[in-house]
Design a protein around this ligand. Structure first.
Ligand code: NCD
Length: 344
């Protein structure tokens, strides 16, 4: 267990040792504990699955995948559910409002309850940083279920970073030596954090931009270099990833004068986008707040790869689900390893 600084958000205790490492190729809880070689394998496998999806074997037939979402989601949940179905799994959707969470059940007890039904995988999104690590410990105390982090508070969103790198590699060949800009509310963004970690591991140059209140200097420790002049970042970048302000995580009023002022100073409008290199392109994990961090003519324009990111999400999550179940190329990896204790 160790404590990490999440910039201006809050400190959090996150367990990133044995929950994700002790049972290699099982849970996917963060990018931080993933080796660069394992990231490359996941990206290669996602490409293979994407190219052969019509012929791919239903390797998860007979497996149940539970999506356990304590926070709103459109693309991440749909993408995981489609990915699981394409691999032949049956999918059970549990949200906090339609489950015993609304009766006050703890994440720990929900995890143990679901794990006792022996699903192959629980995909979890949670508002609290570190909650999916806790869930992994809860399910390990019962059985053999793998946990995949679909976003835990402002901590990590590992599959978003994987699909982003898949998209970057499609356009750039490789991210190594390339300059990738991340602009917006980086302090509260799990997407930014996972991308900073992943892109740095793969040898990219990461540039970070946004207001000091949302991009404090301490964020450089996670990966990347802050440049305060957003126009300068945009001129240098091979790809520009825009992030929305995470209003739901702000304490008090937004730390900038007005939305119009934010848009003027940090938003990607057509005139700012015209500063990009000729082949550079624009990314956004969604949901977009048009007119704030990105203007419609850029979001829907020829340099936007947002729809491509969403499509790549399915292949990236198929690879992650296969790995969680030690199927496909991960089949031999689990031989002889314990997947947790049985319920006593
Ligand atoms: C992101 C998230 O939930 O962290 N969305 C997503 O999963 N694509 C980004 C966001 O909410 O801003």
């Amino acid at each position: 267990m160790h404590v990490r600084d999440l910039g201006c958000f809050r400190s959090v205790a996150v367990r990133s040792d044995d929950a994700s490492r002790g049972v290699a190729g099982h849970h996917l809880l963060d990018i931080e504990t993933l080796e660069a070689s394992e990231i490359r394998r996941l990206l290669d496998r996602a490409r293979e699955l994407r190219d052969t999806v019509s012929q791919s074997a239903p390797v998860l037939a007979g497996t149940s995948v539970i999506t356990l979402f304590y926070e709103a989601s459109t693309r991440t949940r749909a993408s995981f559910e489609i990915a699981a179905q394409r691999l032949g799994a049956s999918v059970i959707t549990v949200t906090s409002s339609n489950s015993s969470v609304s009766k006050g059940e703890s994440t720990w007890d929900t995890g143990r309850t679901l794990a006792a039904m022996d699903p192959g995988v629980i995909v979890c999104r949670h508002p609290h940083p570190g909650a999916t690590h806790l869930l992994a410990r809860a399910v390990e105390s019962v059985g053999r279920t793998a946990v995949i982090n679909a976003g835990d508070g402002a901590h990590e969103h590992p599959t978003q970073a994987l699909l982003d790198s898949l998209t970057l590699c499609d356009r750039l060949g490789s991210v190594e030596g390339r300059t990738i800009a991340i602009i917006g509310d980086i302090a509260h963004s799990r997407v930014a954090r996972s991308n900073q970690l992943l892109l740095t591991k793969l040898g990219a140059r990461v540039l970070l931009g946004g207001p000091r209140s949302l991009v404090p200097a301490s964020l450089e420790a996670i990966g990347g270099t802050i440049i305060r002049d957003v126009d300068e970042i945009i001129r240098q970048a091979d790809a520009v990833m825009m992030l929305r302000v995470q209003f739901e995580r702000l304490v008090g009023p937004p730390p900038f004068p007005s939305l119009a002022d934010y848009n003027r100073t940090y938003g990607l409008n057509a005139s700012r986008a015209s500063l990009m290199k000729p082949d550079a392109f624009v990314m956004h994990p969604g949901p977009m707040n048009r007119g704030i961090e990105i203007d419609p003519e850029v979001a829907d324009g020829p340099t936007s790869v947002v729809a491509h990111q969403v499509r790549n999400g399915i292949a990236a999550r198929m690879a992650v689900l296969e790995r969680a179940m030690r199927k496909g190329p991960w089949q031999s990896q689990g031989q002889g390893q314990s997947r947790g204790q049985e319920m006593s």
